[in-house]
Design a protein around this ligand. Structure first.
Ligand code: FAD
Ligand code: SIN
Length: 533
């Protein structure tokens, strides 16, 4: 039965951002964590490479800062970069103190080097870092008496003045968030969760693409909900494509298994199907060039040779070292019939990370009062036009801490808004047209992959926008006459995210970082972020 709930802190999402925040505020108020699948299912859980942090005496904070700024191609907020890189190691230490077991060598934490990093500085738990982080955090969360987890609960919409019958715009300065409407997947009822502080920690949106390393939960719900609620959203054109996801054939469905960047850091070499190690032709750093360069080089090779994958080869490296460093990758490949220690791994680029997101102010505050955003859903200014590998787990932890530091003050001046009405589903009914949802989702994902991928153009973007508009009209009509379901809401959100990516890409008339367009191949001097009003 639909109900009303009141919590001091309403946390949407159970990845690293939501969990780190929840543990931080739980001694100061009641916390509800809403998560749409089982508790560990998140991008965090799939993280392989690790967390970047300065840990070695030969490394320096300044070097990590410079690497982050270079990757960001002039669009990072330098103060934010300095803060995150400086504050990061403290958060990592807190995670270790909590019980996270990172890989050691000779008694010291083992550090890996990834592309774009001048030094080995990635702490990791073999090749399953994210799973170890989720394990530790969930164990603590489950033991805390002030935290309640609502799994299989889907956040549908943020509650603002709009739900009190007022006109809300992105330019109105005094919009408040009072909580969220949440669908209980088990009995299909929508509950009203009222909160003093609502935290968006819903992760990214790469499931908007046909090929992605992200699990299917990454449907951009947070960005779409915030945009509908009239929060500001920035830099959505910067979608990071990971160069090396496992190629499992043309007709493979579902998310692509990642072959970590750390494999190239370990000595892996990219080969085209003629056996040529092509990366040196594109960049002097070869396999260790930043991700955008490697992904574009592979894309270029595929188009040039008319092929559908290249190879990542580690067969020349010592077998036992590869097995020791990447047990999960080796085991998964072998299960699928590829033996990485004796043959090259077929790989293709896949959508991996959303660099833009809900705009925040350096302290996790969004443009809506009472609504904070952290993790992949948020735009903080750290990544600019391209994220440096393994900087996102770090970013999530640093901004969670900042959010924890301000949340009690935000909560102290805000009461539960009892005027908020319950969810209204009058006039809707079950229509039995679910096949439309999966067809529309696949059509959208294909459109985004074909027209808004690694290389863009005005023509491709215009074509993608036209198709997305059609899908939008169809789905809105369906939404307003159909009983709510998470599948339908996800599709609606994916369409909103696609719109934001396409429109932002159209507004950026230059090539910079992850955004490359044939019509404007140069980088312009003016450095600006993209914000849709
Ligand atoms: P997530 O971990 O994605 O969590 C989002 C949560 O929100 C999930 O629990 C989800 O179920 C929930 N949710 C979403 N929408 C709703 C809704 N409507 N209602 C209720 N719940 C909802 N980064 C690194 O720094 N290092 C790495 O080595 C690394 N490796 C990666 C490997 C892979 C395969 C992938 C996909 C990403 C990797 N990343 C890595 C990126 C990094 O994992 C993510 O950016 C980061 O984990 C995001 O954390 P988050 O808490 O913001 O979101
Ligand atoms: C990887 O292991 O290659 C992913 C690292 C990241 O996305 O930061």
């Amino acid at each position: 039965m639909a109900g009303r709930h009141q919590y001091d802190y309403l946390v949407l999402g159970s990845g690293i951002a939501g969990l780190w925040f929840s543990l931080g505020v739980a001694d100061q108020g009641k916390v509800a964590i809403i998560t749409k699948k089982e508790t560990a299912e998140s991008n965090t859980n799939y993280a392989q490479g690790g967390i970047a942090g300065v840990w070695d005496r030969n490394d320096s904070i300044e070097s990590h800062i410079q690497d982050t700024l270079v990757a960001g191609a002039g669009l990072c907020d330098e103060k934010i970069v300095r803060d995150v890189i400086t504050e990061g190691p403290r958060e990592i230490q807190a995670l270790i103190d909590m019980g996270a077991s990172f890989t050691k060598a000779e008694g010291q934490l083992h550090l890996v080097r990834e592309a774009g990093h001048a030094h080995p500085r990635i702490l990791h738990a073999r090749d399953r870092t994210g799973r170890e982080i989720e394990r530790v955090l969930l164990e603590k969360i489950q033991a805390h008496p002030n935290i309640t987890i609502f799994d299989y609960h889907y956040a549908v919409d943020l509650i603002t003045e709009h739900h009190l019958g007022q006109h809300v715009t992105r330019l109105r300065p005094d919009v408040n968030c009072y909580g969220a409407y949440v669908l209980d997947e088990r009995d299909e009822t929508v509950h009203t969760f009222l909160a003093r502080v609502t935290l968006l920690a819903t992760g990214g949106s790469c499931a908007v693409y046909q090929h992605t390393t992200n699990p299917s939960i990454a449907t951009g719900d947070g960005v779409a909900m915030a945009y509908r609620a009239k929060a500001r959203v920035a830099n959505m054109e910067f979608v990071q494509f990971h160069p090396t996801s496992l190629y499992q054939g043309k007709f493979h469905k579902g998310h692509a298994f990642l072959i970590s960047e750390a494999v190239r850091g370990h000595g892996g070499i990219l080969l085209n199907q003629s056996g040529e190690a092509f990366m040196k032709r594109y960049d002097s750093r070869a396999e260790l060039a930043p991700r955008d360069i490697v992904a574009r080089a592979i894309d270029n090779q595929l188009k040039h040779h008319g092929e559908d994958h290249v190879y990542l080869d580690v067969s020349h490296l010592e077998k036992s070292r590869t097995e020791e460093a990447f047990p999960h990758i080796v085991e998964t490949c072998r299960r699928l019939g590829i033996n990485p220690t004796s043959e090259p791994i077929p790989v293709v680029p896949a959508a991996h990370y959303q660099c833009g997101g809900v705009q925040t102010d350096g302290m996790a505050r969004t443009s809506i009062t009472g609504l904070l955003a952290i993790g992949e859903v948020a735009y903080t200014g750290l990544h600019g036009a391209n994220r440096l590998a393994s900087n996102s787990l770090l970013e999530a932890m640093v901004f969670s801490r900042r959010a924890v530091n301000i949340a009690p003050q935000v909560a102290a001046v805000r009461d539960f808004n009892e005027l908020v009405p319950d969810w209204n589903d009058s006039g809707t009914g079950q229509q039995g047209e679910w096949v439309l949802i999966s067809h529309n989702r696949e059509e959208l994902q294909r459109t985004m992959w074909n027209y808004v991928g690694i290389v863009r153009s005005d023509l491709r973007l215009a074509r993608a926008l036209r198709r997305t508009r059609l899908l939008y009209e169809e789905v809105e009509e369906f939404y307003h006459r159909t009983r709510i379901s998470s599948r339908l809401c996800e599709l609606r959100n994916l369409i909103a995210v696609a719109y934001l990516i396409i429109r932002s890409a159209q507004m950026r008339r230059e090539s910079r970082g992850l955004h490359y367009t044939l019509d404007y191949p140069e980088q312009v001097t003016a450095e600006r972020r993209t914000s849709l009003v």
